[in-house]
Design a binder for this molecule. Structure first.
Ligand code: MN
Length: 204
C-alpha cells in the first residue's frame, strides 16, 4: 500500500482504470462557504492518489478530465456532497457514479448505521479511524496522519461496492440503486441552487 501525493493536478500518464474510488476533503461542510482542498483517488489496488488543489485557480486539467470521463465509474460514499463540491469548484459533474451510502441504505435495511466507518467495518472488515475528520484541510503542509486518513477514505470503496452489489442483487434492488445514482447530478444541483434541505418529492 502506498500513498501518492501531488500538488495541483494528477501527474501525466497516470491511469487508474475504469472504476475509481473518489473522496474529497474541504474546509467544512457548507456548499456556500467552504472550498474544496483535496481530491483522493484509488484504483482499488491498495494505492491512494491524493491531489492537493490550488484553491486560487483550481487549474487541474488531468484531474478534471478523469472526473468527467463518462467511461470511468466513480465510487463515492455520500456522492451527493462531493459531486456538488466538485461541480462548484472544478466545473465538472461526475458521472457515472456508484454511491456506497445509497447502496447501503437500500441493501442493509437491518440497520440505520450507514456511515463509511460502519459500512467499511461490516463489508470490508476494516476499522477506519475518524480522528482527522475535522482537521484543517486547508493547511499547506498536511500531516502524515491527515494523509493516511484521506487515503483510507478511498482505499476500501471498491471492496465495499462489490459487497453491496452482491446484497442488492440478492434482494432485487440493484436496478433501484442504479436509478438513484442516475438522479444524483440533479440532487447535487438542487443543493447548489438553494434547495439543500428540501425533499423535492415530498408532499409538503
Ligand atoms: Mn473523506
Amino acid at each position: 500500500m502506498a500513498i501518492h501525493f501531488y500538488r495541483n493536478d494528477l501527474p501525466e500518464g497516470l491511469s487508474l482504470g475504469k472504476r475509481v474510488a473518489v473522496d474529497t476533503e474541504t474546509l467544512g461542510l457548507s456548499l456556500v462557504r467552504d472550498r474544496l482542498c483535496l481530491v483522493q483517488l484509488s484504483a482499488g489496488d491498495g494505492d491512494a492518489h491524493i491531489v492537493q488543489l490550488d484553491r486560487s485557480s483550481y487549474d487541474c486539467p488531468r484531474l478534471k478530465a478523469l472526473l468527467a470521463d463518462q467511461t470511468v465509474e466513480k465510487i463515492l460514499h455520500f456522492a451527493r456532497f462531493d459531486m456538488a463540491m466538485i461541480e462548484r469548484d472544478l466545473g465538472v459533474m461526475m458521472s457515472p457514479v456508484f454511491c456506497t451510502k445509497i447502496a447501503s441504505k437500500l441493501a442493509r435495511t437491518y440497520t440505520d448505521r450507514h456511515g463509511l466507518k460502519d459500512v467499511t467495518r461490516e463489508i470490508a472488515g476494516v476499522e477506519l479511524s475518524k480522528q482527522q475528520q475535522s482537521s484543517d484541510w486547508g493547511a499547506d503542509e498536511l500531516s502524515e496522519a491527515q494523509l493516511k486518513y484521506a487515503a483510507d477514505d478511498v482505499l476500501y470503496l471498491h471492496q465495499v461496492r462489490d459487497g453491496l452489489i452482491t446484497m442488492l442483487e440478492r434482494d432485487g434492488r440493484l436496478e433501484m440503486a442504479r436509478a438513484c445514482f442516475a438522479f444524483l447530478p440533479t440532487r447535487a444541483r438542487l443543493d447548489l441552487a438553494g434547495w439543500p434541505e428540501t425533499d423535492i418529492f415530498a408532499h409538503s
